[in-house]
Design a protein around this ligand. Structure first.
Ligand SMILES: Nc1nc2c(c(=O)[nH]1)N[C@H]1C(S)=C(S)[C@@H](COP(=O)(O)OP(=O)(O)OC[C@H]3O[C@@H](n4cnc5c(N)ncnc54)[C@H](O)[C@@H]3O)O[C@H]1N2
Ligand code: MOO
Length: 417
């Protein structure tokens, strides 16, 4: 079958052009839902919550020690005060201090009326009911002022934001038990190919196990995604069409792998054109050239190439930003580091390449990268060893050892050299 919809003479889009097309096509989902704070990690907060009270709600001690009134103390003199009670965290001292008195106090305890300074206990000697102090106990020392973290009415978190563990702690600290979040994206994905065998079945001649669905399900793991694995679809255009139409009815986003290229059993792009609209097909990148992107009804569709390295690259570089945009996350680009390249990189000019590498930190702020292995796009081992992409511009014609390259780490934790 010929690919009627996207003529082969059409120039390939650059990665930047493809990202621009995706960014201008996708409108974030506007629906929101209430989510318990215990389920809110990684969700996109949709409404900025305001602090219902000050944090801390009362002044409290920052150290275990003794609370006193600094006005009683003469500078540069030692002094003794009678210890008249104890202020515990959660059990405030009730009573008032008079001249010559202090209170035993522990970290987090409310600072009693009349106390404006806490001296840590390592700097105090005890003599029965008296505490003996050295000089210098200025007002405010070791006292956490009321509202010193948050003032009542402050905006705690500016929406939209993908909530971190520290955000949850801030909201919990303000007594907020649930938030409004953007609703989760419904995502369906499947593999195409007559050669694919699901795990658990014996491998027939000419067959391979379907690894892409495991790759995709890992890449899709995110609090904002509700993901359904739709299995393997055979190389049959009618079956593919039915699968795409059904999936487009059920999901905000549909992903497939395989069948995206120009072979006689590659039906993805023309089926997309038949069922919906092709926004683009084929990019000047390697791996991942035959990536197809478009729309079927209200659903976004990405037809990823079948080679596992192409799935990794096209997902991270194009699908992931699209999903973030649809989920309403603020725009963010990948972390890029400049690294000394310790391998010789082969490349022909023409396509932007994302070679799979291993980056390490050789000194604070200094990085070195080497190839994770061969760069053929069927190689599962190499992608498994890699912790970064080495990003080579379209016009780069190779890199010699010692030259600098841009790398995009998959995580911010890097191994030492
Ligand atoms: N004449 C041309 N041939 C090819 C071109 C081209 O431009 N002209 N592009 C090559 C590139 S680049 C890629 S990438 C592949 C992509 O092809 P498809 O998206 O059509 O994928 P398939 O042909 O179905 O599969 C490619 C490769 O990947 C294996 N595969 C597929 N699905 C899975 C899976 N779920 N798990 C593991 N491996 C999978 C499949 O067996 C093939 O080996 O096309 C080139 N050809
Ligand atoms: O995308 Mo393909 O994997 O360049 O071979």
């Amino acid at each position: 079958m010929t690919n009627l919809c996207y003529p082969s003479h059409k120039p390939l889009l650059s990665a930047e052009q493809a990202l621009e097309r995706i960014a201008s096509a996708i409108i974030p989902l506007s629906e929101t839902e209430t989510v318990a704070l215990s389920d809110a990690l990684g969700r996109v907060i949709a409404k900025s919550p305001q602090a219902p009270q000050d944090i801390p709600p009362q002044a409290n001690a920052a150290m275990d020690g003794y609370g006193l009134n600094s006005a009683q103390i003469l500078p540069s003199q030692t002094f003794r005060l009678r210890v008249v009670g104890t202020a515990w965290a959660g059990q405030p001292f009730v009573g008032e201090l008079t001249d010559g008195e202090c209170v035993r106090i522990f970290t987090g305890a409310v600072v009693p009326d009349g106390v404006d300074s806490v001296v840590q206990q390592e700097q105090v000697d005890r003599d029965g009911e008296f505490a003996l102090f050295g000089a210098d106990c200025p007002a405010g020392r070791n006292v956490r002022a009321i509202g010193s973290d948050v003032h009542r009415g402050d905006t705690l978190i500016s929406a939209p934001k993908k909530l971190t563990a520290s955000d949850l702690a801030l909201l919990a600290g303000a007594g907020i038990a649930d938030i409004r979040a953007r609703r989760r994206l419904n995502i369906g994905f499947f593999s195409t190919g007559d050669e694919l065998t699901p795990l658990g079945e014996p491998l027939g001649h000419g067959k391979i196990y379907d690894s892409n669905r495991y790759l995709l399900s890992g890449l899709l793991a995110d609090a904002n995604h509700r993901v359904v694995d739709l299995g393997i679809v055979r190389d049959d255009p009618a079956l593919l069409e039915q699968t795409l139409l059904d999936a487009a009815d059920r999901f905000d986003v549909v992903l497939s792998t395989g069948g995206a290229s120009v072979g006689d059993a590659d039906y993805v792009q023309e089926t997309l054109a038949k069922c919906g609209q092709v926004e683009f097909w084929k990019l000047a990148i390697k791996p991942g050239k035959p990536l197809a992107f478009g729309k079927i009804g209200a659903s976004w569709f990405f037809g990823l190439p079948g080679n596992p390295a192409a799935v990794l690259v096209t997902f991270r570089k194009f699908v992931a930003p699209a999903l973030r945009q649809l989920a309403g996350e603020p725009a963010a680009g990948p972390l890029q580091l400049l690294a000394r390249c310790d391998s010789r990189l082969k490349k022909s000019a023409g396509r932007q390449e994302y070679q799979r590498g291993i980056v390490s930190q050789i000194a604070p702020g200094q990085y070195a990268v080497k190839l994770a292995g061969g760069q053929e796009s069927h190689q599962l081992t190499v992608a498994s060893h890699a912790n970064c992409f080495i990003v080579l511009d379209a016009d780069c014609a190779g890199v010699k050892p010692g030259e600098s390259v841009i790398v995009e780490p998959f995580s911010t934790n890097l191994p030492p050299l």
